[in-house]
Design a protein around this ligand. Sequence first.
Ligand SMILES: NC(=O)c1ccc[n+]([C@@H]2O[C@H](COP(=O)([O-])OP(=O)(O)OC[C@H]3O[C@@H](n4cnc5c(N)ncnc54)[C@H](O)[C@@H]3O)[C@@H](O)[C@H]2O)c1
Length: 255
Amino acid sequence: MTSQSLLPHKVTLVTGASSGIGAAAARVFAREGARVVLAARREDRLAALAAELTALGAEASYVVTDVTRPDDARRAVEFAVERYGRLDAAFNNAGIGGDRTPMHLMGDDVYDTIMDINVRGVWNCLRHEISAMLETGGGTIVNNSSVAGLVAIPAAAPYVAAKHAVIGLTRAAADEYAKQGIRVNAVAPGTTRSEITADWFDRNPGLEQMVNGMTPQGRTAAPEEIAEAAAWLLSDRSPFLTGVVMPVDGGFVNQ
Ligand SMILES: NC(=O)c1ccc[n+]([C@@H]2O[C@H](COP(=O)([O-])OP(=O)(O)OC[C@H]3O[C@@H](n4cnc5c(N)ncnc54)[C@H](O)[C@@H]3O)[C@@H](O)[C@H]2O)c1
């Protein structure tokens, strides 16, 4: 940590921290001085990441969490507060991609699963995070939406609907709690190299080239590029930003 660090000592919860953007965020936040609490379902991965960050001199701990379970979301926040006395920041990142299938062929179960994880999961965490932050006079929250929260992407209707809903929750929370010192923003990543996209690209030959062709910068993002934007939005360097959705997408939604 340096005097220029973005998140000095900030107790920061990261959901979906076991891989992809969440794991990259944990590393970036820890480098920026945060005390990170890693929350996801896979304990082996959380333990390995917490050990990696601790070995680098950071403060990191983990709590096994399924964000679809309200009790798990409450426990994750309680864990942070019991361990560090407060919750300053949270990155609600856990989510799944789901099938890429035309809408009329998609199973109802796909819709339910995506809504449960990508929307109810954010809802569950957000409410407990806000409660904790109200106890200490405020905090910052970033929800991970997607460019699919701003525009349609093909053959992913439940995902598009879910990520639009995440922006709705972001705006509602930002509006409700602005006077109590809580800022709530969202990042909207473009296609980012992670387990979600590896699975999509494996199952859909040619999709990666198509996505690159649709992106002005002509490439996908590294998970760290999303994490850097989230770190800044969570930090005290963006004090007048709330209810904002920041595309981090190589120009995709600007076209
Ligand atoms: N990769 C992309 O192109 C992209 C683009 C836009 C938005 N996003 C969003 O970024 C977020 C992270 O995805 P990623 O790309 O890093 O993929 P990823 O699969 O590597 O990471 C998703 C993480 O969420 C966790 N998770 C899933 N369901 C969970 C649950 N019920 N409880 C707790 N944790 C759960 C997974 O275990 C994993 O740690 C997601 O919300 C995704 O929708 C990704």
